[in-house]
Write a protein that binds this ligand. Sequence first.
Ligand code: NAD
Length: 290
Amino acid sequence: MKIGFIGLGNMGAPMAANLAKAGHEVAGFDVAGTTAEGVTSVGSAAEVAQGKDVVITMLPNGDILRAVASDIIPEMDKGAVLLDCSTVDVASARAVAGLCEQAELGFLDAPVSGGIGGAAGGTLTFMVGGTQAALDKAMPLFDIMGQKAVHCGDAGNGQAAKICNNMILGVTMVATCEAFALADKLGLSREAMFDVVSTSSGYSWTMNAYCPAPGVGPQSPADNDYQPGFAAALMLKDMRLSQQAAEAADADTPMGKVACEEYRTFVEDEDGGARDFSAMLPRLAAKSRT
Ligand code: NAD
């Protein structure tokens, strides 16, 4: 396939390189001038979009997606698919889907989970919103860039699934960390805490697979001085997207709201932005009750 790739950052560059390695003809563009192995660099997003079967975007946020979409949609061939893999707000995904429909283009929102390691290893999971026809066209590309693509429904539903998942993740990490911090103060060892909770009703992915306590449970960023992993700043972005969506949909998300404020304080008022989001544990362990 002829593929255009816009946004060759930490995630986009390895994803584009994997498509090129699998034999697709890939042209790429990034405002920062970054490139990817096997990908032909071109001078603008509009040029990347011309004559392609699929144009993939992997960008920082919904405003940038909307701006790039308005540049590239007029350049794309009718019947081509715009495949956005960025994590953006549901409203932006649906707005770009509408523009694509008017222009007789396919559109898929397909945010990912799996992080930089998953992008490099081709093991991402895609949460996909959009039509079955567009999905059928993009499926061979999902097979190269990832291990799983779940069709979640119409356009925007991929983003909805992603932020609901990450709201659970963000809330659960805060809950796991505050329980460890309480256990410390009650004189319970972290090993005993892990052994009990990981096999009891309080178990979770954050406890069992990504334990925030160093030296306990499987290897995790806690064992590497909380180097990300998944940076607290990225978790804050996703928590904010969940709260923005909750507001737009008039959904009550009390735990999401409190957890979002915890990450905001950690990232914006403290030193947490570049640390893994599980560094919420040393943060809470150092605090007193307010
Ligand atoms: P990044 O900042 O490394 O990459 C984004 C790239 O987009 C940058 O290289 C930037 O120069 C480029 N860009 C910005 N504006 C542009 C424009 N107008 N035209 C062309 N290029 C432009 O970010 P990333 O870590 O690669 O993340 C990309 C997306 O994937 C984000 O939406 C993020 O939330 C999501 N995501 C990231 C991770 C992760 O672990 N890094 C995991 C899951 C999802």
